[in-house]
Design a protein around this ligand. Structure first.
Ligand code: SF4
Ligand code: SF4
Ligand code: SF4
Length: 257
C-alpha cells in the first residue's frame, strides 16, 4: 500500500468564498442545480449527487448580543473504517492504495445501503444513473500527481492536501498556535487514528465542539449500533420471558390453594 494521502481542512482559514465547491463541480463535470434557500449563504442544505463539497455556514450567538459565523467546507471523510464500504454488498465501494474511499459506478447496483451506513450523511443517490455518488478524492488527479481540485482552488490554503502523517503534524502545530492566540476551543476532528473510525483521511480543525458544525461527537459504524441494539433487544426479550414465567407460576400457585 502506498503512503496514505489526506486532506486537512483548517476552518480557521476559511472565508466562505466557495471556490472549493465550484472547483469540485467543474473538475468532476457535475451538472448545475437549482439554488436552495437555506437561511444563510449556504447552498445547498446538504450534499447532493451533484455537490460533493459543501461549504456550510453556521451562526452562533456570541453571548454579547451578536452572532459569530463558523464556516466549514465539508466533504467525505474517507474514513479508515468506512460504513459505506462495509455496507456495500457488490464491492462497488473500495479503498484505493492511497487510503481513500471510492465508488465504482460500473458495479454500483443502486441498493443505497451505503447512503444509510455513512455516519456523516455524505452519500447521495443519483436518480438519473441509479447509482450512489460522493467525493472521489479526485481519484483521477491524485493518480496523475495532481492534488484535489478543491484544495488547489482554495485561495487561503484552508484545504491542505498531502501525506497524512505530515498533515497531522501541521494540524497539531496549528492547534497550538490558535490556542496561544486565544482560540481555546480549537481542536482537531478525525486526526487521531486511535480514535473514532480509526481516524478520518479528510480531517478538520474546528474552533469549537463538533456539534456546532453538525458533526457527531463520537461517530460510529451503524453496523456496530446494530450489534448493540440486537443485544439490547435479546436482553429485553429474555426479561419479558422471565416475567411471563413468573406470572404464570404465581397464578398457578394461587389456583392450587
Ligand atoms: S464519510 Fe461516509 S461516505 Fe465517506 S468514507 Fe466515511 S462512511 Fe464512506
Ligand atoms: S477531492 Fe475532488 S471530488 Fe472530492 S470534494 Fe475535492 S474536488 Fe471534489
Ligand atoms: S475555497 Fe477555501 S476559503 Fe473558500 S470556501 Fe472553500 S475552504 Fe473556504
Amino acid at each position: 500500500m502506498a503512503r496514505t494521502l489526506a486532506m486537512f481542512t483548517d476552518i480557521s482559514l476559511c472565508i466562505g468564498c466557495r471556490a472549493c465547491q465550484v472547483a469540485c463541480k467543474q473538475w468532476n463535470q457535475l451538472a448545475p442545480e437549482e439554488p436552495e434557500w437555506t437561511g444563510t449563504y449556504q447552498n445547498h442544505h446538504d450534499f447532493t449527487d451533484k455537490s460533493y463539497r459543501l461549504v456550510r455556514f453556521f451562526e452562533q450567538p456570541d453571548g454579547k448580543g451578536s452572532l459569530t459565523w463558523h464556516l466549514m467546507s465539508d466533504v467525505c471523510k474517507h474514513c479508515a473504517q468506512a460504513g459505506c464500504l462495509e455496507a456495500c454488498p457488490t464491492g462497488a465501494i473500495y479503498r484505493t492504495e492511497y487510503g481513500t474511499v471510492n465508488i465504482n459506478q460500473d458495479i454500483c447496483n443502486g441498493c443505497r445501503y451505503c447512503v444509510s451506513a455513512c455516519p456523516f450523511g455524505v452519500v447521495a443517490f443519483n436518480e438519473e444513473t441509479g447509482t450512489a455518488n460522493k467525493c472521489t478524492f479526485c481519484n483521477d488527479r491524485i493518480h496523475n500527481g495532481l492534488g484535489p481540485a478543491c484544495a488547489k482552488a482554495c485561495p487561503t490554503a484552508s484545504i491542505k492536501f498531502g501525506y497524512r502523517d505530515e498533515l497531522a503534524t501541521t494540524a497539531r502545530k496549528r492547534v497550538e498556535e490558535l490556542r496561544k492566540m486565544g482560540f481555546n476551543e480549537a481542536q482537531l476532528y478525525g486526526e487521531d487514528q486511535s480514535g473514532a473510525l480509526g481516524g478520518l483521511n479528510a480531517f478538520f480543525l474546528l474552533l469549537g465542539k463538533p456539534s456546532i458544525y453538525g458533526l457527531p461527537e463520537n461517530p460510529k459504524l451503524p453496523q456496530r449500533n446494530v450489534v448493540v441494539d440486537s443485544l439490547l433487544a435479546i436482553g429485553s426479550a429474555v426479561l419479558i420471558g422471565l416475567g411471563a414465567v413468573m406470572t404464570f407460576r404465581n397464578r398457578g400457585g394461587t389456583g392450587g390453594a
